[in-house]
Write a protein that binds this ligand. Structure first.
Ligand SMILES: *Cc1c(COP(=O)(O)O)cnc(C)c1O
Length: 389
């Protein structure tokens, strides 16, 4: 790698995943081969695991300002989204004949594709809320489209591609007033934004540990008491009957430890990231002609920068940057071998040609000023080369 900085590429793709915090690894460790009981077993081993699991659930509930029975552990952020959207839609139909799903064009595929399946296979009417040029949903537009037969509203808290933050508290209040269940995908938001369930006004909140320095393959869904939900994974009575399957105790312990570290260190992490991110955005826009920031300029995740560059192919840019020692992303969920422009960028009114030249640079706990400066020294040259081809 020729970033003149290190032998391994510099990781600037923390929105795709994060390394597990060593303190989290340490917290998980005993649960692999010492406290290994099945939480459903009656005996000593089962009880021990069960106690640890329930302690972890209580800790997470305290962090999210909710009751521990309102936390459902799942296998990932995608599963949480699936359970919320599918489970709530089916329950709404069963209990009150609800047939309408209200969501947005800027959701993660875990929400969009589940909603599309509910429409295609189960005949739900799917409606997409409009977004403004920064990808933000206005509360009034939710109020205008809510119906008595709306099964659920699902709106992403902070966008993974463009970083924009939605007014979840206000939207939640509107849904609450009309008694319509409201889900928010907070998988990307959980690393930085307030996660107090009483402030957010959401009935269902999805999180996934690997986006905040926890392990991959574990998530949680907050389900407000009284929210009707039909389980997708049926079997044993784990997770209050809402999610069958033997608990992945070590990973759940890891998720909760990572979440508590976010709570404890949020301010510190913000203070470190904000100036680095500000420098990155300012310098990219200054040094590179025909470059544009995507998403909201201020109301965005503190570690998140996303751009489009005129006359550049995003995939070629990623490859060129990888060869120069930088791991970054186009921002879009399906990137490899997919020449389509991102639906999220198109929803902002960006032309398909411009949307093809997208780049997402996301910072994290191990990002330094040297990393940013090395990147800023490389990116303009790489873009110039690609434009000349
Ligand atoms: C990563 C992500 C998901 C999916 O989470 P997994 O744990 O990877 O399944 C869902 N929504 C958003 C916004 C994400 O960033």
């Amino acid at each position: 790698m020729n970033n003149n900085y290190s032998d391994t590429p510099i990781f600037l793709d923390y929105a795709s995943t994060t390394p597990v915090d060593p303190r989290v690894v340490e917290a998980m460790h005993p649960y692999f081969s010492q406290i290994y009981g099945n939480t459903s077993s009656i005996h000593y081993y089962g009880q021990k695991a069960e106690r640890s699991l329930e302690n972890a659930r209580e800790q997470l509930a305290r962090c999210m300002n909710c009751q521990s029975e309102e936390i459902i552990f799942t296998s990932c952020g995608s599963e949480s989204d699936n359970l919320a959207v599918r489970g709530c839609a089916l329950a709404g139909r069963q209990s009150r004949g609800a047939n309408h799903i209200l969501t947005t064009t800027v959701e993660h595929h875990a929400v969009i594709n589940t909603a599309v399946q509910m429409a295609g296979i189960h005949g739900f009417e799917l409606e997409f809320l409009p977004v403004d040029q920064h990808g933000i949903i206005q509360p009034e537009s939710v109020a205008e489209r809510l119906r008595s037969d709306t099964a659920l509203v699902s709106i992403i808290y902070a966008n993974n591609e463009i970083g924009s933050i939605n007014p979840i508290t206000e939207i939640g209040l509107i849904c609450r007033t009309h008694n319509i269940p409201f889900h928010t995908d907070a998988v990307q938001a959980a690393a930085y934004l307030p996660m107090d369930t009483q402030i957010l006004n959401a009935d269902l909140i999805s999180i996934g540990a690997h986006k905040f320095y926890g392990p991959k393959g574990v998530g949680a869904l907050y389900v407000r008491k009284g929210t009707p939900l039909i389980p997708s994974l049926t079997g044993g009575s784990q997770e209050f009957g809402l999610r069958a399957g033997t608990h992945n105790t070590p990973y759940i312990i890891g998720l909760v430890e990572a979440f508590m570290l976010v709570e404890q260190e949020r301010e510190e992490r913000l203070q470190k990231l904000l100036p680095l991110r500000a420098r990155l955005i300012e310098q990219v826009l200054e040094r590179i002609p025909a470059s544009f920031l995507t998403g909201h300029p201020i109301n965005r995740l503190p570690n998140h920068a996303s751009f489009v560059f005129d006359g550049v192919d995003g995939n070629e840019l990623l490859i060129a940057l990888d060869n120069s020692g930088f791991a970054v992303s186009s921002g879009s969920a399906c990137k490899t071998g997919n020449p389509e422009p991102s639906d999220v960028l198109l929803a902002l009114g960006i032309t398909p040609e411009l949307a093809m030249g997208s780049l997402r640079v996301t910072l994290g706990n191990f990002t330094t000023l040297d990393h940013i400066d090395a990147f800023l020294n490389t990116l303009p040259k790489v873009i110039e080369q690609l434009r000349q081809l």
